[in-house]
Write a new protein. Structure first.
Length: 204
């Protein structure tokens, strides 16, 4: 698989001083068979904000690294807000003592010490219910018939839920709209998302 077609499973967000730690966490996730995204994943020819947005949109989980001397910066908070908007599972990885206070913005999320990264990995895997090729075909057909673009679906929870209901009825699955949207974005990145032959219908 070339760099241009990498699909990211986990987004790693971190402060400026945690770059080396983020790279180490990424290496450990990669060794476990996942494809992580962090700042070193961005190619020189990529537009930074678009690369970050795409990776957050398609990932299955979002990790925030917090250290005593490197609390979340403004960019991390923007990334966190985007992950929350996409309803991504958000996990906090604490590189410090148990007594370390987390920022208010992170206190509502489950936090793990760095020593429990394997537990974080297990939680991520549990949220990655696989989609078979047959299910992917059903999703493609449902998407084509529903006639609302992936970008529009990302802005309309109601339409996304309607698409999920149609897909789940056909496939006898119980996948969430957010899980299906993530899959649609992955299909688009691999040029496997069907083109809408009619103008995408308006959504409310």
């Amino acid at each position: 698989m070339t760099t241009a077609t990498l699909i990211y499973d986990v987004f790693i967000s971190h402060g400026l001083h945690d770059k080396e730690l983020a790279a180490d966490v990424a290496n450990r996730l990669q060794a476990a068979g996942l494809t992580p995204f962090h700042d070193a994943s961005i190619r020189e020819d990529e537009e930074v904000s678009q690369a970050i947005w795409d990776a957050i949109a398609e990932c299955h989980a979002f990790i925030v690294i917090v250290s005593p001397n490197s609390m979340p910066d403004a960019m991390t908070m923007v990334e966190l807000g985007a992950a929350a908007a996409w309803n991504k599972p958000i996990l906090v990885l604490r590189n410090g003592p148990a007594s370390m206070q987390l920022p208010d913005a992170l206190r509502g999320y489950r936090a793990f010490p760095l020593s429990r990264l394997d537990e974080v990995l297990g939680q991520i895997r549990r949220g990655m219910e696989p989609i078979s090729d047959d299910d992917r075909q059903v999703l493609a057909e449902t998407y084509r018939e529903f006639n609302v673009s992936a970008d529009q679906l990302s802005q309309s929870p109601r339409s996304l839920q309607q698409l999920a209901e149609k897909f789940n009825t056909r496939s006898q699955k119980h996948l969430s709209g957010d899980r299906l949207l993530s899959e649609l974005l992955r299909m688009r990145k691999h040029a496997k998302l069907p083109r809408l032959t009619r103008p995408s219908r308006k959504i409310s």
